[in-house]
Design a protein around this ligand. Structure first.
Ligand code: OGA
Ligand code: ZN
Ligand code: ZN
Length: 395
């Protein structure tokens, strides 16, 4: 996939538009520029395939990638767009490249492919290798990537794509090695530390400060909804799972939220519009936030689910809202736990599940610690670094 127009040989960095003056020539991965004219506050260009595009003068000046307008080493923007540009520059197509001679004497050059990918009159024209989110269908089965493929770039890329698309992916046939989860996570980025550490052991412990560190069943939940920014991605690596029980359960929180909207719009609205308190306290910490269970984006689509019944704090709502809130919560709980929306499987030693903790809820069945050992190692990662890693691998 062509991410930007510039040639990797001359410009290996893809952070910014980086056609450098004098380094551009004809390109074969897009239609050529055939005509360019300055009309009023815009430049109008015609492409060889008949498409016409308009670019505002100030936008073009702002995106000049010469060594004066962008730092030649960091490629970060130096130009600051504070002046209006009303005088029409001289425009030419020079060796296939759009060349602009501004009235102040500055010269800019724009690669045709770079420009084409950023047409302002075509929605969503900027190329991005990130996959679109896909809601789980009834027959959803998570992608499984072998550990040895993950250690090669191609498997890692598949793993990242599945995780961003489905919100959950499995890795299999990994070594039964202490800290393997940290090594795998470390390929993507620094581990996201929380009050439970950067890396945590999930097993039944003598003095648990958290339900996960017991052997009880865990109903579906998201981790750390009591944080302003809960961890994005959770990795759970299975080292031992001999105990009876302990199967893992998951549900696509966004898909179930949509199902709630469909079947009970009033309950959906209430959970989306009513902030409630979440709070975790132990000897060393007291971490609390007030936020709705379903957070929506500007377009009204689910953006984040906060769902964790253990650390829901006192329900502080006006008296006349309390019963309706419980009814809505119950409705969402029931839908989430409806077998139609639940995925259940037992993690085998050497398997790792990774999921989007702000979209996908996870849980586990109770296990009997007298029948064998169960030991998972977990950590968290930031979504930004997953996306970054995929863009880097896709270069
Ligand atoms: C957790 C958790 C699930 C499990 O540690 O947050 O939910 O399978 N663990 O033990
Ligand atoms: Zn410039
Ligand atoms: Zn959990």
């Amino acid at each position: 996939m062509s991410v930007t127009a510039s040639s990797p040989q001359t410009q290996p960095d893809t952070r910014q538009p980086r056609q450098a003056m004098g380094e551009l020539s004809a390109h074969d991965d897009g239609p050529a520029l055939v005509e360019a004219v300055a009309t009023g506050a815009r430049i109008t260009v015609d492409w060889a395939d008949g498409v016409r595009s308009h670019f505002p003068l100030l936008w073009l000046r702002d995106h000049c990638a010469c060594a004066v307008c962008r730092h030649p080493l960091t490629r970060e923007r130096l130009f600051v767009p504070l002046q209006e540009i009303d005088a029409a520059p001289a425009v030419a197509i020079d060796d296939g490249v759009l060349r602009i001679d501004w009235v102040d004497g500055h010269e800019s050059r724009f690669d045709p492919v770079w420009l084409r990918q950023r047409r302002l009159d075509a929605p969503d024209s900027t190329p991005d290798p990130l996959p679109q989110r896909r809601a789980w269908a009834d027959d959803f089965r998570p992608a499984r990537i072998a550990h040895h493929d993950f250690m090669r770039t191609r498997g890692e890329r598949e793993w990242l794509e599945a995780l961003l698309r489905d919100g959950l992916v499995l890795l299999e046939d990994g070594p039964l090695a202490d800290e393997e989860v940290s090594r795998l996570a470390g390929r993507i980025g620094p581990l996201r530390a929380t009050n439970f550490g950067a890396r945590f052991d999930v097993r039944s412990k003598p003095n648990p400060n958290n339900a996960a560190y017991t052997s009880i069943g865990l109903a579906l939940h998201t981790d750390l909804p009591n944080w302003r920014q809960p961890p994005d991605i959770q990795l759970l690596y299975c080292l031992q799972n001999e105990a009876e029980g302990g199967e893992s359960t998951f549900a696509d929180g966004f898909a179930v939220a949509e199902a709630l909207r469909e079947s009970d719009p009033e309950a959906f609205r209430r959970l989306a519009e009513t902030p409630i308190d979440f709070r975790f306290q132990d000897e060393d910490h007291d971490i609390a936030v007030r936020a709705p269970i379903i957070q929506l984006d500007a377009a009204g689509r689910p953006l984040e689910i906060r769902f964790n019944n253990w650390i829901r704090d006192t329900l502080r709502l006006p008296l006349d809202q309390v019963d309706a809130w419980y009814a809505a919560y119950r409705r969402f709980w029931q839908l989430l736990h409806d077998p139609r929306y639940q995925l259940e499987f037992a993690l085998a030693p050497g398997e790792m599940v990774a999921f989007d903790n702000r979209r996908v809820l996870h849980g586990r069945k109770a296990f009997d610690p007298n029948t064998g050992k169960r030991h998972l190692q977990g950590t968290y990662l930031d979504l930004d670094l997953l996306e970054s890693r995929l863009r880097v691998l896709a270069r």
